[in-house]
Design a protein around this ligand. Sequence first.
Ligand code: SF4
Length: 158
Amino acid sequence: MKRLIPLFEHVVKKPVWDCRMCGQCVLHSTGMTCPMTCPKTLRNGPCGGVREDGGCEVKPEMTCVWLKAERRSHSSINPKRWEAELNHLRPPVNNQLKGTSSWINLVTGADRRAPAGWSGEALDEVHDTDAADHALATIGTALVEIDDPASLPEGFHA
Ligand code: SF4
């Protein structure tokens, strides 16, 4: 089962969000845009090298992931709470969780164990939220969107 869940998560999330299986999913606070698709894997906003046309500094042919995240955070399919979460400070990614299931890590709390010395305010807010509620919301959204891809706003895919 421990191997099946990451596999299932990958099968569900790769085609929809180009999920890179970081193990600490933050889709609900990035307008359902995977920040790991940013060439610099920035999880707290754009780098400052965004081109005038909105293109990525590293890959000009792609729109900056964070421009998409900001736009999508206002999508009517995202709950108000997720819209507000865009401005939360996300902790550094723990690369030891790469390849593991973010769903399991959400339930066990492994995705919220921050590196020593980290004291981001966002963690307190994350701790206050109901982990199971987050898990169900993420899984539910994934299944609804897989079920009806036509319901996604134009350009919603990463
Ligand atoms: S944030 Fe991590 S788990 Fe979520 S879609 Fe992106 S790579 Fe996958």
